[in-house]
Ligand binder design. Structure first.
Ligand code: FAD
Length: 518
């Protein structure tokens, strides 16, 4: 069975027995990618259960260096998570709820250690929000069953998406693999189930005695860095100021975006130098903000309660946030995308290049294509890249350099502060044409045209490619071809590592060959 079905069957098989379990001394919420107190379903249910019986609620988070390694989590993202945990500990502390953070080196040891902790605390109930990556689903299904063997009820609840995977099927009862009809169905589903946008209260305050009973948990420190995911002092300083942590920060950012930028989002979102997007992806990825809260806030800035009507900016932004749901649905339904396989099996036979010099030039922003280089330098410096640029840089790697898109997917995960498997895999599949609802393989972004269209004045390029700072006018888009070669050369900016026309032809014939087409 698919891992999601196995988890669902573990939950339904054990439901009766779980319901029979009496609340003992504590209820625990296991935080993962949901590092917030507001509008958090698992945490909310855990709090209700604890309140009903007058027992304390405990928050738990397991830091696993091996887990971060396996997920290719970028050091900047790990740092963001650790800083967020500090804020979450403080926020929960105000409610007398301890957040206990323990480091467990091996990921396989996590379930066993959680069971030990639950027994030590006399906890009878464990809550968590479901994550849709294969390993996580498998682990959760196992945990539901092994908790029960110890007389503990575990509930894994769907929370990360506005509409949970499995809720939407096409007229023929199948999972959608094309975004547009899926989005129509998604909006219709939300319109007819308005409770889906009801926001959940933060947890209630714990009994005062919990401070004393769990004093050790309150005092326990959160690690400030991990050996395998360390930042330099300079990087740390930069990222702390670029990506302030915590859910209040997410709410402030959301509010500001809705008040100031959402009206022009549709018009400006594709222009990287305009900073017209929300920059909330880091908060969605770590769960400091729920997608529900975001959609709800956007809707409240519209003239209608409909998600696909009213102001253009609001509608467009909602449809972008919905892409996040879409890719999680894909992951839950077609788990093989987690296993290094293209969504479309016919793309397995493309013969990729593994040119390490080209790959290094792409990673370091030295391809000689200013827009691609500016994009990669933004990623390397900020742990973030604008969406339009992610498409340009990904397409360039897969199509111009013909390098296996999985190498780019991996590099992005290793550097993004908002690295999220489903969205990253979906974005790479889209750009390389190997994924779900991709751009057609014969559509090959021309980096020059993209540059002239989306960074017409070269403002973004000049910001990131210092060697070209002094280049005037349109030459910024292709310095060597438009008379700024000597200046570019003097400053050490490289010439193009591949020719556009030749790469385009090579790409078309290689894709056709792989697909067995004439
Ligand atoms: P906004 O434009 O303000 O959009 C709001 C939110 O909608 C985003 O925060 C994000 O949660 C969601 N969203 C917007 N566009 C997309 C999209 N195409 N796919 C999925 N969700 C979307 N997004 C990630 O969160 N993590 C990733 O690892 C990631 N990797 C990507 C890799 C590639 C090759 C591509 C093409 C896209 C990738 N995206 C990823 C999607 C998108 O680029 C980012 O979500 C967006 O740039 C984040 O900036 P923002 O928060 O200002 O977005």
């Amino acid at each position: 069975p698919r891992p999601i079905d196995d988890l669902n069957s573990a939950l339904s098989e054990t439901e009766k027995e779980r319901q029979g379990i009496k609340v003992k001394d504590a209820v625990v919420h296991w935080f993962k990618c949901d590092l917030r107190t507001r509008d958090n379903k698992g945490l909310h249910l855990a709090s209700e259960k604890a309140k009903e019986k007058g027992v304390p609620l405990i928050g738990l988070y397991i830091v696993s260096p091996q887990d971060f390694e396996a997920h290719l989590t970028a050091p900047v993202r790990v740092d963001f998570v650790l800083r967020t945990l500090e804020v979450l500990k403080e926020d929960l502390g105000k409610l007398d709820i301890p957040l206990y953070v323990e480091t467990v080196e091996r990921r396989k040891a996590i379930p066993g250690r959680i069971l030990e902790l639950l027994e030590e605390w006399g906890a009878s109930h464990l809550y968590a929000n479901v994550e849709y990556e294969v390993d996580e689903l498998r682990r959760e299904a196992k945990m539901v069953r092994s908790c029960l063997e110890k007389g503990i009820a575990m509930d894994a609840v769907p929370d990360t998406c506005v509409v949970s995977p499995g809720e939407l099927t096409s007229g023929t009862g199948k999972q959608y693999s094309v975004y547009s009809p899926w989005f129509r169905s998604w909006t219709a589903h939300v319109h007819s189930n308005s409770h889906l946008l009801n926001l959940l209260d933060p947890p209630s305050k714990n009994p005062e005695s919990s401070r004393k009973t769990f004093s050790k948990l309150f005092e326990h420190k959160i690690p400030s860095a991990l050996e395998n995911k360390k930042l330099t002092a300079e990087e740390k300083k930069r990222f702390v100021s670029m990506w302030p942590a915590g859910e209040q920060e997410a709410h402030n950012r959301l509010q500001k975006f809705c008040d100031e930028r959402i009206p022009s989002y549709q018009k400006l979102r594709n222009f990287p130098s305009d900073a017209a997007t929300s920059s909330l992806s880091v908060h969605f990825a770590s769960g400091t903000l729920s997608a529900r809260t975001a959609i709800r806030a956007a809707r409240d800035h519209n003239t209608t309660k409909k998600l696909d009507a009213g102001k253009d900016g609001v509608q467009t932004w909602i449809s972008e946030v919905a892409w996040r749901d879409f890719y999680k649905h894909v992951l839950a339904h077609w788990p093989y995308v987690c296993m290094n396989k293209p969504f479309k099996p016919e793309y397995t036979n493309i013969s990729w290049e593994y040119n390490s010099e080209h790959f290094a030039a792409w990673c370091e922003g030295r391809t000689g294509y200013p827009i691609v280089d500016a994009a990669m330098r933004q990623l390397n410096t900020c742990g973030y890249m604008h969406n339009r640029l992610r498409m340009i840089a990904a397409s360039f790697l897969a199509k111009h350099l013909l390098i296996d898109w999985r190498m780019g997917e991996r590099y992005f995960m290793e550097h993004l502060v908002d690295g999220d498997f489903a969205s990253n895999n979906g974005g790479w599949g889209f750009s390389a044409s190997t994924g779900v609802d991709p751009q057609p393989y014969f559509r090959i972004f021309n980096p020059l045209l993209q540059s002239e269209k989306f960074d017409a004045e070269g403002t973004f390029i000049r910001k990131w490619v210092k060697e070209l700072e002094g280049v005037q006018g349109k030459a910024i888009h292709e310095p060597y071809e438009r008379g700024a070669g000597p200046q570019a050369k003097k400053n050490g900016y490289p010439e193009r590592i591949v020719d556009h026309k030749e790469s385009r032809e090579r790409c078309l014939s290689r894709y056709k060959e792989g697909l067995g087409r004439e």
